[in-house]
Design a protein around this ligand. Structure first.
Ligand code: NAD
Ligand code: GLY
Length: 366
């Protein structure tokens, strides 16, 4: 089977292609085309490197590109400034110059860390995203958000920094654990909920095949997700307004991740539960009807995702963690709510009473 799509993210001089296909890591020309200097640093982790590092190294070798590698410990708890510093140490000690390229090989954690390092090393060097999880292929590798966590808040330190290209090799998903595939499907379902009702219908039909790892269906889901994300990012690259819709469920979800301890709940799992909470509040606010919850919850459950937040989390813990969110202005928590299935909006004009009801009325799922 040969899958091959190219999609362009149109951002003027920061435009770049997203390649979606099978066995792309073996295509030396594809990677080499986006390396401008003579050297590169591959950033990966100790789970992904044994699987895919050699393919990338061979591609670079075949083009005589000098390369270093840094293999970080796996896990969200390592998405820290300390990891960024270890990358900077290696770049400096190995004399990488401003024409060097940083290649992120891994999931969203590696992409976010490596992208942030690329944004600050010598005020910015080339950066290539090779996302190897479904979540990173449909979301984190696209759009230029990079950064790390702080103990007090998720993704609180970072920069907007677009890559030179994104290489999403669908074949790399063959080794992805089932739980991680589900976590990625949370962000896929998000696009249906926020801006693409037709895609939501398609997902309802194809969720079984996606979970079973059907590569044609996965490639289609990655393509449509990236098209939706690119469209939003092109309109609002630095999140002046619209881009925040990509954060449906994330304010609740980030609160879950931070409170439970980074890495306990996968990002996609926390987002899934958070999206149901956002749907619940939208219903309380009267902007959507109960049917949206039923369809949303059913699809998330079919994707083997949680639809309720952790039972042990208190309202106070939610409010504390939600108070530290990049969308907040002047102490007001901004939330993404739904106006319809396929239409989201950003608001701080919701009833605090109803938010408290959403936070207390758990479990919200039927
Ligand atoms: P992850 O990077 O932790 O990867 C999940 C797990 O899968 C890890 O254990 C990883 O080592 C492993 N893995 C990766 N590729 C694999 C493969 N092909 N085969 C087997 N195992 C593999 O998590 P993620 O879900 O990819 O990304 C989540 C992170 O992305 C969070 O930190 C989140 O905040 C961030 N994120 C960022 C953005 C953005 O716009 N920058 C958007 C969404 C999420
Ligand atoms: N994942 C949210 C964004 O890229 O804006």
């Amino acid at each position: 089977m040969h899958i091959n799509h190219t999609l362009n993210v149109d951002l003027g001089e920061r435009s770049y292609p997203i390649y979606i296909g099978s066995e792309l890591l073996d295509q030396a020309d594809l990677i080499a085309r986006h390396i401008h200097g003579q050297s590169a640093l591959i950033v990966s982790n100790d789970t992904v490197a044994p699987l895919y590092l050699e393919a990338v190294q061979q591609a670079l070798d075949s083009k005589q590109i000098r390369q270093d590698k840094i293999i970080l410990a796996d896990g969200e708890q390592h998405k820290t400034m300390a990891s960024v510093e270890s990358i900077l140490d290696l770049l400096l000690s190995s004399r990488h110059d401003r024409r060097s390229t940083i290649i992120a090989l891994g999931g969203g954690v590696i992409g976010d860390i490596a992208g942030f390092a690329a944004s600050i090393y010598q005020r910015g060097v080339n950066f290539i995203q090779i996302p190897t999880t479904l979540l990173s292929q449909v979301d984190s590798s696209v759009g230029g958000k990079t950064g790390v966590n702080h103990p007090l808040g998720k993704n609180m330190i970072g920069a907007f920094y677009q890559p030179q290209c994104v290489i999403a090799d669908i074949a790399s998903l063959r080794t992805l654990p089932r739980r991680e595939l589900s976590a990625g499907l949370a962000e896929v379902i998000k696009y249906g909920l926020i801006c693409d009702a037709g895609f939501f219908d398609w997902l309802e039909i194809n969720i079984g095949g996606l979970l079973a790892g059907d590569e044609e269906l996965l490639a289609q889901a990655v393509l449509v997700s990236c098209q939706n994300k690119a469209r939003v990012v092109e309109l609002d690259e630095r999140e002046g307004g619209l881009r925040a819709i990509l954060n449906l469920g994330h304010t609740f979800g980030h609160a879950i991740e931070t409170t439970m301890g980074y890495g306990k709940w996968l990002h996609g799992e926390a987002v899934a539960a958070g999206m149901v909470m956002a749907i619940d509040l939208s219903i309380r606010e009267g902007s959507i009807d109960e049917q949206v919850r039923q369809r949303g919850v059913a699809l998330l459950k079919q994707a083997a995702l949680p639809v309720n937040p952790p039972p042990e989390m208190t309202v106070e813990q939610f409010l504390d963690a939600m108070a530290i969110d990049k969308k907040n202005v002047d102490g007001k928590i901004k939330l993404i709510l739904l106006r319809a299935l396929g239409e989201a909006f950003v608001t701080d004009q919701y009833s605090h009473e109803k938010l408290l009801q959403t936070l207390t009325a758990r479990p919200v799922a039927p």
